[in-house]
Write a protein that binds this ligand. Structure first.
Ligand SMILES: CC/C=C\CCC/C=C/C(=O)SCCNC(=O)CCNC(=O)[C@H](O)C(C)(C)COP(=O)(O)OP(=O)(O)OC[C@H]1O[C@@H](n2cnc3c(N)ncnc32)[C@H](O)[C@@H]1OP(=O)(O)O
Length: 287
């Protein structure tokens, strides 16, 4: 190989691969609003949400996440770690702009994509974990709790705050929460719209560990995956899916009714008014 060819090969490698101290990462796919980096050594994929400033879950971000999960499954990765490109917000939850004064066709597409993203993540055969490197309210908490393991950085908040916004978390949000928390804690937190500090979340079991940095959180997620080293991946995946099958089946069976209920609820004038007031209060904060 001559020098020019070597330079060109190196350039190609640098484009496709990044390197940190110990690991080589391959960029598997880059949606417009997400990136997926696969650690070549461990086979673990890190899916990073990158819709700044707050990773509001709009139709396009949800589509990217959904497609990434499919790709990670298809590539038989050893694990999926969900995290954020922001240093202070994991995800602000559903983008309220999708629900406020909505275009009805887009609204349907938005909710259907959220349903499909949840079905894919909650039911994924690949081991899943969330490195929660920022605030994680509502839909952000849904994504994190859909994973099998959570590692969170200190001094942030996580929870399902829907009742504080005057909205009701759908049954499958509740089921996901109940899969992680004792039923009584889940009911109290949901009815109160409670946002837990990282430290409180650790205490009740909403998250499994705390870490001091995103890198440490990712490392702890990898250590969680390593606990499956001596298990059969097929048996592991089947066992997980059997645990979750009732929740998954319920949404599969009720997808159309769930969509209808959402559309009816969002289009109520009182709900529109409440969303408008909430959006104004969020914007007023930044003035
Ligand atoms: C009717 C519906 C029926 C059923 C649906 C049920 C399920 C609903 C699930 C949901 O997820 S609803 C969304 C709930 N989310 C929240 O309540 C979070 C609101 N946001 C925050 O609390 C904070 O933004 C934060 C996440 C803690 C981050 O704080 P920070 O100070 O870092 O950012 P800031 O507040 O200044 O926000 C920057 C920018 O982003 C806008 N923003 C924030 N969150 C949302 C959101 N969820 N949707 C749309 N836009 C959001 C915020 O207004 C600022 O905009 P600006 O720069 O234009 O002022």
């Amino acid at each position: 190989m001559n020098r020019a060819m070597m330079m060109s090969a190196a350039k190609n490698l640098l484009t496709r691969y990044g390197s940190t101290k110990n690991n080589i990462y391959r960029c598997m796919s880059t949606g417009k609003l997400t990136t997926v980096d696969v650690n070549e050594k461990s086979g673990v994929a890190v899916l990073t949400m990158n819709r700044l400033p707050v990773n509001g879950l709009n139709l396009e971000l949800l589509r990217d996440i959904r497609n990434d999960i499919d790709e990670i499954e298809g590539n038989k990765c050893r694990g999926l770690i969900l995290t954020s490109a922001s240093s202070s917000v994991f995800s602000a939850g559903l983008d309220i702009m999708e629900m406020y004064k909505p275009n009805q066709d887009r609204l349907k597409e938005f909710w259907t994509t959220l349903q499909d993203t949840w079905l894919a993540l909650y039911g994924s055969s690949v081991p899943t974990a969330a490195a929660i490197n920022g605030h994680s309210p509502a839909g952000g908490c849904l994504l994190a709790t859909s994973c099998e393991y959570r590692v969170m950085l200190p001094k942030f908040t996580i929870g399902l705050n829907e009742t504080k916004l005057g909205i009701v978390a759908p049954k499958w949000f509740m089921a996901t929460f109940c899969n992680v928390l004792p039923r009584r804690v889940a009911e109290m937190a949901l009815t109160q719209g409670k946002m837990f500090s990282s430290e409180e979340a650790l205490k009740v079991g909403l998250v499994d560990e705390l870490a001091q940095s995103k890198e440490e959180a990712i490392e702890k997620c990898q250590q969680f995956f390593a606990t499956f080293a001596k298990t059969n991946p097929f048996a592991r995946a089947m066992t997980k899916q059997q645990f979750r099958s009732k929740d998954l089946q319920q949404l599969e069976d009720e997808k159309a009714q769930d969509l209808e209920a959402f559309l009816f609820f969002v289009n109520q004038p009182s709900v529109q008014k409440g969303l408008g007031i909430y959006l104004d209060s969020l914007k007023a904060k930044t003035k």
